[in-house]
Design a binder for this molecule. Structure first.
Ligand SMILES: C[S@@+](CC[C@H](N)C(=O)[O-])C[C@H]1O[C@@H](n2cnc3c(N)ncnc32)[C@H](O)[C@@H]1O
Length: 259
């Protein structure tokens, strides 16, 4: 699956509303994992500037600015609509060689044009001894969404549904760790497992709908996003009625490396 910058900038990340719908579901995470705090502990005694590449809704920048006000933190994003300080893409960072003390690439390397190129680019902008933090999901994370896709399409009469279009597969924890090791020589990995137990269908439907920009074009001919979403919603509501909640598997990893 390739990524299309015009879709990312024009719809998926035109503003932070769709990302916020996905993040909001973690209110029901069990056990609650403060991934921002856990990841930032891996920075160590870094000096600025810290580049937060693909800063999204600013979770990491905001926490760093609150806890380490002496650090200069620079939010960077492909999409101007996300309101970064610097508009730039991870594959071609607009920073000089060796100019950063740390670089964060949190849940975003799977959106790079080429994750290996992006990692080399992150290494280029780090000064010797600079820290890289990258986060991403494991293969089993949210696998229930793939089941929903398959079941909904079969309910709509599709005999052989196409594979679930998940851009996250472009940089999973499995494989991503090896790639970081290849570019940086060594890395440390922390993994966290959880379950997201949502007692109401509405936030899960909003989560699925937030993926429209990347997924609608993969629907088979004749299936509209509206019909797909209605079928998915039926499945989620049935599950909540039957078991009291819709459950999503959580598996996230933080990869840390030194340049
Ligand atoms: C899934 S969000 C992650 C946000 C945040 N880092 C977090 O972990 O909560 C991905 C972010 O990366 C940005 N992005 C996507 N492709 C990018 C690229 N090639 N270079 C830089 N930023 C990119 C998106 O606009 C979005 O803000």
């Amino acid at each position: 699956m390739t990524v299309d910058h015009s879709i990312l900038v024009g719809e998926a990340y035109a503003d932070n509303s769709r990302l916020a719908d996905r993040i909001s579901i973690y209110a029901w995470q069990q056990p609650r994992i403060d991934i921002v705090d856990l990841a930032l502990r891996r920075l160590g005694t870094v000096n600025g500037p810290v580049l937060d590449v693909g800063w999204g809704t600013g979770s990491y920048t905001n926490r760093l600015r609150a806890t380490r006000p002496e650090l200069r933190v620079v939010p960077v994003d492909l999409s101007a609509g996300m309101g970064p300080e610097v508009v730039g893409e991870v594959d071609r960072l607009p920073f000089a060689d060796g100019s950063a003390g740390a670089a964060l690439a949190m849940h975003m390397l799977y959106l790079a044009t080429e994750p290996r190129t992006a990692l080399r680019e992150l290494r280029r902008v780090l000064r010797p001894g600079g820290r890289l933090l990258a986060s991403t999901n494991g293969r089993v994370a949210s696998r229930e969404l793939a089941d929903l896709w398959d079941t909904a399409l079969r309910d709509l009469g599709v005999v052989d549904p196409p594979p679930y279009p998940n851009p996250g597969r472009r940089f999973l924890l499995e494989g991503g760790v090896e790639l970081v090791r290849e570019v940086f020589g060594a890395c440390e990995v922390d993994e966290y497992h959880s379950e997201i137990v949502v007692p109401d269908a509405t936030p899960v439907v909003a989560y699925v709908n937030s993926c429209r920009a990347e997924q609608a074009r993969h629907l088979p001919d004749g299936v509209t996003w509206a019909s797909y979403l209605a079928a998915v919603e039926g499945g989620i509501r049935a599950e909540v009625a039957r078991t009291g909640a819709f459950r999503l598997t959580g598996h996230v990893g933080v990869i840390a490396a030194t340049s």
